[in-house]
Design a protein around this ligand. Structure first.
Ligand code: MG
Length: 377
């Protein structure tokens, strides 16, 4: 049932530590199952997407975001006869390396590490599944297949790519990953563009009138109002957002069918030799999504209420980093153990960064309070 160019167990580049084939599952189902059972996956529940975790119970967190990405990506994968299990595994793992407090947390940690190679959440997601999860007796990390790891690593600097061997090669050659990886990358964007409109409106940070000039929203919203003139406002938003998702997903599937057909690819290795992606919108819809992204960047992500909160978050991350570097005795015992064997400042900074990156929003706030305002209770 899978297309010839889909990822398949028998064409997989395999795992870093060879294992017997799974009994009643595919290789990629096993990857997905390992991801769902890992600690970093559970922590996604308490990590920020845009709104800090405690701002409200209805906003997306990294966990619900990842589930929405998986849902969108799986529908597209099935429509294109791609490997749905691999697609799901990549989608559920794609944000595992995110710091607390969203992009501000990442930027802060990146600054703390600027003399030691920087911090990049995407590379950190790979580090989580390759190294940091310690749960299996026979290997470090989750020992995932090459294809899942390839999909997790969406971008990478040439310097880091050189250290990653086979996995980093495509960033130096400027070639593409398999179609499932390309697909999750776009599904990620579809998910956040649309749920951020929903969350933005619910929070009151965005007003519907501001979206009147944004094609993707305006078109679907007008159609909803024409069909259901008496619809309640909140319901109209849901109905509009679901139509926006459907609009871009339909365009994507139709366009990918055409691009794949024209490309003549037969095998996943044909996909990997290409310089241009085959999972892409038509130019018109690509422009519509860019317009929406620009709008969200200017009006939601840069909203004064979001940036004020994020300014606080940057301070928390920076102060935690400085405190742990100054006095490793403040770290939990297992991190002290890791640090005690390391003399190199870069290695020490990386261990502290791993600890901070793994924190949830509320855990980071609690740690900060414990270290800096112990009397605050
Ligand atoms: Mg994401």
């Amino acid at each position: 049932m899978l297309a010839g160019y889909a990822a398949q167990d028998n064409t997989s580049r395999g795992r870093r530590y060879p294992e017997p084939a799974p009994g009643n599952r595919s290789e990629y189902q096993r990857d997905r199952d390992r991801i769902i059972h890992c600690a970093a996956f559970r922590r996604l529940e308490y990590k920020t997407q845009v709104f800090i975790n405690h701002e409200g119970d209805l906003f997306r967190t990294r966990l619900t975001h990842s589930i929405e990405v998986a849902q969108i990506a799986r529908s597209i994968a099935r429509a294109l006869a791609l490997n749905e299990d691999l697609t799901e595994a990549i989608a559920l793992a794609h944000d595992l390396g995110h710091t607390p407090f969203g992009h501000s947390g990442q930027d802060a940690l990146n600054e703390c590490l600027h003399e030691h190679g920087g911090f990049e959440h995407n590379l950190q997601s790979l580090r989580v599944v390759d190294v940091l999860e310690e749960r299996y007796a026979e290997f470090p990390g989750l020992n995932l297949t090459f294809e899942t790891r390839e999909g997790i690593l969406k971008h990478c600097s040439p310097r880091n790519a050189r250290e990653l061997g086979e996995l980093g090669k495509r960033f130096l050659d400027k070639t593409q990953p398999g179609l499932e990886a390309q697909l999750v990358n776009i599904a990620d964007e579809i998910a956040y563009n649309n749920h951020d409109v929903d969350d933005g409106l619910r929070s009151g940070l965005l007003q519907q009138e501001q979206l009147a000039d944004i094609g993707l929203f305006a078109e679907q919203s007008a159609e909803v109002r024409r069909r259901y003139p008496d619809i309640a406002p909140r319901r109209a938003v849901y109905e509009t957002v679901r139509r926006m998702i459907n609009h871009v997903v339909t365009d994507l599937i139709d366009n990918c069918r055409r691009l794949i057909e024209e490309s003549g690819i037969q095998h996943i290795e044909d996909v990997r030799r290409r310089s241009a992606p085959l999972i892409a919108y038509t130019p018109a819809v690509a422009e519509e999504t860019r317009e929406l992204k620009r709008f969200l960047r200017q009006n939601l992500y840069a909203h004064e209420r979001v940036t004020r909160m994020m300014g606080e978050a940057v301070k928390v991350v920076r102060e935690l980093f400085e405190a742990f570097m100054r006095d490793p005795a403040l770290l939990p015992p297992q991190y002290q153990d890791k640090l005690s064997g390391q003399q190199h400042p870069g290695e020490r900074a990386r261990i502290v960064a791993d600890y901070i990156a793994g924190m949830t929003d509320r855990y980071a706030l609690r740690e900060h309070k414990r270290l800096f305002h112990p009397s605050a209770g």
